[in-house]
Design a protein. Sequence first.
Length: 258
Amino acid sequence: MPRFKLIIEYAGTRYCGWQIQTNARTIQGELVKAVQTATGRDRFEVYGAGRTDAGVHALAQVAHLDVGTSLAPATLAARLNETLPSDIHVRGVEVVSHRFHARHDAVARGYLYQIARRRTAFAKPYVWWVRDPIDVGRMRAGAAAFAGMRDFASFTDDDPEEKSTTVAIASVTVDEAGDLVLVRVVGSHFLWKMVRRMVGLLVGVGTGAVHAREIGRALTARSDLPATLTAPASGLFLEFVTYGDAVLPPPAVPFAVD
C-alpha cells in the first residue's frame, strides 16, 4: 500500500478545525470523503502535521495518506480536487517512504497572523481589524521575549499535567505590508490557542493597552492576561511545515489591504 504526502491549503472559516469530529464539519472530514470518492476505498488512514483550530486557515498543511490505489500522484490530486469543496485544495501529492510521518517527522512549523489597520470589505475572513493605532516598534521589541525554550502554560488551555507546555520558539517577527501588520511565529510545535494568545498580547503591547513586561511575566508565572486578549481565528494561517534539513520557505504573499 503506497503512502502519499499531501500539501493542502484551505480557508477554515466554515470548518470546526482540522481534526475529524462527530456532528461537525472539519477539514480532515472533507478530505476523508474525497479520498473515498477518488479511490473507491473505505479503508485508509490520513494523518495531519498538526491540528488547526476552528476558523483557522492553512497555506500549506501537510498530511500523509495510506491507501491502496494504483492512481498516479497527479491523478489522485486531480480527483481529490474534483470532489473537495472550493475552499479546500490539494496543492500537491507525492509518494513517500512508509517511514515518513506528517506529524512526528516535522521539525518546524510556521504560522502567519494578519492584522488589518483599516476596515476591509474583502479580506474580513482573513484578518483581524484592530481599530486602535498600532506601534509596530513596540510589538517587535515585545516579540523578542518569546524566542527560545519557553513555558507557554499561560498561552493555552491545555492541561500542563497531561501535556508539556514547553515549546521551542525559533523566531517571532513583525512586519508591515500596506495596511497589514504581519506576525510570523516559527517553532517546534504549538499548543491549543497559543499563537492567537501570543498575537493578542503583542497587539496589546502595540496599542499601549499592555506593557511589554507583561510578556515576560506571563512566560515565567501563570497569568490569565493572555486568555483575555486572545486574537480571533480569522487572521491565523498555518504557513508551512518543514522536515529534515529543509530550509524555511520564503514568506507567503499576504492578502493585500492597501
